[in-house]
Design a binder for this molecule. Structure first.
Ligand code: EPU
Length: 417
């Protein structure tokens, strides 16, 4: 078990460089299986979710070389065998092997994925998409067997603009015969990153980043080199850290357009920040104004930044309301923020935050990835020492978080207990 210990109150000054996006990389790695040749991925974050995907690739017989941020995947000798539950449940994104293996071998056998416990997180839309392409889905408890004689292009409407379902259907459809159209597709930047990658391999995908994606099936996918886009949620997390304790803190290697909703909210609150092409400068401000936030699919305010920004909302002069519309159970951080001295009440799918609060260090728990990020941010401003238990969740998604924060002046360490 691992825990993080933070001594709060230190100014954050210097530069934090943003890593490759977890939610892009975790799709690009399984997607690489669709190629018959060697694929190179650059700017891959060194996080435990990627290690888990690597374990699945290796189990299937792919040859994987990692050299820093560069990952080289040779799937030419892959054997399409059932993926055991103990590896598929290590992370949510193992579900991308469904689309990739189905797309390439017309058959996949695997178990329900894992991931943060933030809601029921069904995969019905992924399965509906596979069925629309002509696949049969057999569910036995947690186990899924999905197969098709032939995958045929189809017109698919998603009841919810799901990131996972959009990507998984793209993966299954790239080698199907004919045209697939995904309506009400998710528009997140990670989807554009995956579509660009597949197109570089020889796929024919248009419309990624809009709500209608068109995929014309091709027979063969070849080699390519692709860079993972910067992580917009990691960016947002450190931007919030800057709003809490920054002094001319530079957040580097970012795509500002990907965090526009956050930047607009911060400006509304009165946070001082200057945005440039690929970086921004941010400093902490007193007298923050309260704001209301509702999470939405992209380009709305990201649900993955909802928990991190809650820490900042505890610092405003007044009452903020924050509504979560994507997941049913993404307020597990609230109990611990309140234990640290915040005044937050949960009302159905919203929370009401009365500020400003003076947070005090104590022992808290990272119940999930972004709850952990929220509590680290709280620890950075709390008086005294904060101990965050079960931080394995955080290490799944934030590359070198201890080093990055230490480099800009935080007093934070990782402990093995
Ligand atoms: N949904 C369904 N049926 C489906 C798929 C989704 O009802 O078949 C619902 C979910 O229950 C949820 C909503 O649709 O209410 C969003 O689901 P989506 O498929 O978009 O989410 P996901 O694929 O499970 C990805 C990210 C999440 C991120 C969301 C939304 C990965 C591996 N995960 O999840 O990331 O919150 O998109 O942007 O890409 C995180 O990084 O902390 C994280 C949870």
């Amino acid at each position: 078990m691992k825990q993080i210990r933070i001594s709060g109150g230190h100014v954050l000054e210097g530069t934090i460089r943003i890593s490759g996006a977890k939610n892009s990389a975790v799709a690009l790695v399984p997607a690489s299986l669709l190629s018959d040749e060697i694929v190179k991925l650059d700017n891959v974050p060194n996080i435990s979710d990627i290690d888990a995907l690597n374990e699945i690739l290796t189990f299937l017989g792919a040859k994987v070389k990692r050299n820093g941020e560069l990952m080289e995947i040779d799937s030419s000798e892959v054997e399409n065998k059932g993926i055991p539950e103990h590896i598929s449940k290590k992370l949510r994104a193992s579900y991308y092997f469904m689309g990739a293996l189905l797309g390439k071998y017309k058959k996949v056998e695997m178990y329900f994925p894992g991931g943060c416990s933030i809601g029921s997180r069904p995969i019905n839309l992924h399965l509906k998409g596979f069925e629309a392409l002509g696949a049969t889905v057999i569910e036995e408890g947690n186990k899924y067997t999905i197969y098709a004689e032939e995958l045929k292009g189809s017109h698919i409407y998603l009841d919810m603009a799901s990131v996972g379902a959009t990507i998984n259907i793209m993966l299954a459809a790239v080698k199907a015969t004919g045209l697939t159209i995904i309506e009400n597709a998710a528009k997140e930047p990670e989807i554009v990153n995956v579509a660009t990658f597949l197109n570089q391999m020889g796929a024919k995908i248009t419309g990624a980043g809009t709500s209608e994606i068109k995929i014309t099936g091709v027979d063969k996918l070849g080699s390519c080199y692709m860079e993972v886009i910067p992580d917009r949620i990691e960016t947002g997390t450190y931007v919030i850290a800057g709003a809490l304790r920054g002094k001319n803190l530079k957040i580097d290697n970012i795509i500002p357009e990907h965090i526009e909703a956050l930047l607009i909210k911060l400006k509304e609150m009165g946070v001082k920040l200057d945005v440039y092409e690929d970086h921004l400068m941010i400093s902490a401000t007193d007298n923050l104004k309260p704001v209301n936030i509702t999470t939405q699919v992209y380009p709305g305010f990201a649900t993955d930044l909802q928990q991190p920004i809650t820490t900042l909302l505890t610092m405003t002069n007044g009452t903020c309301q924050l509504e979560e519309t994507i997941y049913e159970n993404r307020f597990q951080n609230v109990e611990y923020l309140n234990k640290m001295g915040a005044d937050i009440t949960i009302k159905d799918q919203s929370i009401v935050i009365v500020g400003p609060s003076k947070l005090r260090g104590t022992t808290v728990k990272a119940t999930d990835l972004r709850a952990g990020a929220c509590l680290i941010l709280a620890g950075l401003i709390a008086e005294g020492e904060t101990v965050i238990e079960e931080v394995e969740h955080v290490l799944r998604g934030y590359e070198n978080i201890i080093e990055k924060l230490t480099d800009v002046g935080a007093k934070i360490k990782l402990e093995e207990i």
